[in-house]
Design a protein around this ligand. Structure first.
Ligand SMILES: CCCCCCCCCCC/C=C/C(=O)SCCNC(=O)CCNC(=O)[C@H](O)C(C)(C)COP(=O)(O)OP(=O)(O)OC[C@H]1O[C@@H](n2cnc3c(N)ncnc32)[C@H](O)[C@@H]1OP(=O)(O)O
Length: 358
């Protein structure tokens, strides 16, 4: 049914009740539709080029050409209805309805133009199970296509993430090891590829200790904020394994080969301050104010023009994309062999016999 004059008047009243400024672009659209609906095609003289505000209004109205009054009225009523409904949904309790369904190991929310992907196995220090690898890939794919400005990873509980869930190694029968190792190498390669390919700014909010692959991936993030309680640990040699997440290339590039070697070969654990000094972390915050300071800042950044941010991210990252894919492929194939080695199998058995807490 077409909008009536009464609907139009009600919409004009609703506009005045909007609590949030809808922004200049929307206000110009409202103005143009209002003028077209009430007076028809633009008939006012064109303002001078330095009369910027009136010229913008005139341009918006004039751009509607010969749009019929009834259509303009309908479009005006529809636009106001969408503004009112998005305002009332944004007034709902934060997080109440923004949580995306279909995830068991993550909490994925979209609010304030930010897609937040939270590791959600706090009792297991957010260790990454095979299900979680798949859910993260799915969440990244969706976040790359949704209307958020950027994606943020963080952890629920006291840990950011304790890396690969070592239970991924259990339940593998001796005659299945070769096949499983091949399968996991493909999974790992695809998983890391999702981070290399992610088109928007990618931010880590490292709320606590980070281990293994959750650390190496940080080299593929654009910004890393850390609580001063966070630590960064890549105990690959202890586990009979080798670096992944493109860290064999990104870490020496970020922190220099001497510092990267200490982390990736000897498993030196860094404090948040050390990680900051070495360029892995953008900024460190006191744990007591971490969440508040970081999210306030991210909300402000999320209001910047999203396409500009996306293009800048891609300019920074795309030069090395092919190289990173090749490195990822190499690291995954080396790990495929490592997982079948005695060094690795013994280290995993040690973890489960609780002989070797890292
Ligand atoms: C055949 C081929 C299969 C290949 C499969 C490979 C799949 C892809 C691999 C990609 C490459 C990734 C590499 C890495 O990430 S290497 C790093 C791996 N992570 C670790 O080695 C950390 C192990 N955990 C610990 O050392 C400690 O738990 C930790 C220091 C993190 C915390 O110690 P704390 O004493 O504070 O707490 P608990 O140990 O009591 O932990 C609480 C419970 O959480 C469980 N937990 C924690 N981390 C892990 C983990 N990574 N894997 C599995 N389980 C984990 C821990 O066991 C406790 O559980 P319970 O309460 O049930 O005992």
């Amino acid at each position: 049914m077409e909008a009536s004059q009464k609907d139009f008047e009600t919409a004009m009243h609703q506009v005045k009740l909007l609590k949030k400024d809808p922004g200049n672009e929307v206000k110009l659209k409202l103005y143009a539709l209002y003028k077209q609906a009430s007076e028809g095609p633009c008939n006012a003289p064109k303002p001078g080029i330095f009369d910027l505000i009136n010229k913008a209004k005139w341009d918006a109205w004039n751009a509607l050409g010969s749009l019929p009054k009834e259509t303009a009225r309908q479009n005006y009523v529809d636009l106001v209805a969408s503004l009112s409904s998005s305002e009332s949904s944004s007034q709902r309790k934060p997080g109440a309805d923004s949580k995306q369904s279909g995830y068991e190991t993550l909490v994925v929310t979209s609010e304030d133009s930010i897609t937040k992907i939270m590791f959600n196995r706090p009792n297991k220090k957010n260790a990454i199970t095979t299900q979680m690898y798949h859910e993260i890939m799915h969440a990244l794919d969706a976040a790359g296509k949704d209307d958020s400005a950027f994606a943020v990873f963080t952890g629920n509980g006291d840990y950011y993430c304790s890396g690969n869930d070592l239970n991924n190694f259990t339940n593998v029968l001796p005659d299945e090891v070769e096949e499983k190792a091949k399968h996991f190498a493909i999974l790992l390669r695809n998983f890391v590829d999702c981070f290399i390919n992610f088109p928007k700014p990618l931010i880590a909010v490292v709320n606590g200790p980070a281990v293994g692959i959750s650390v190496t991936l940080l080299g593929l993030f654009d910004i890393v904020y850390a609580s001063d309680r966070a630590t960064f640990h890549t105990p690959f040699s202890h586990l009979g394994q080798s670096p992944e997440g493109c860290s064999s290339y990104m870490f020496p590039k970020i922190m220099g080969s001497a510092k990267a070697a200490e982390m990736l070969i000897f498993g030196k654990k860094l404090t948040a301050r050390e990680a900051y000094t070495q360029g892995l972390v953008s900024e460190v915050f006191p744990d007591s104010t971490f969440q508040e300071e970081v999210w306030t800042r991210l909300k402000t950044y999320s209001q910047l023009p999203p396409n500009a941010m996306k293009i800048s991210k891609q300019l920074i990252r795309n030069v090395e994309k092919e190289k990173l894919h090749a490195i990822n492929s190499k690291e995954s194939s080396i790990l495929q062999d490592r997982w079948q080695s005695d060094e690795c199998i013994n280290a995993i058995m040690n973890f489960f016999s609780k002989k070797a807490k890292l």
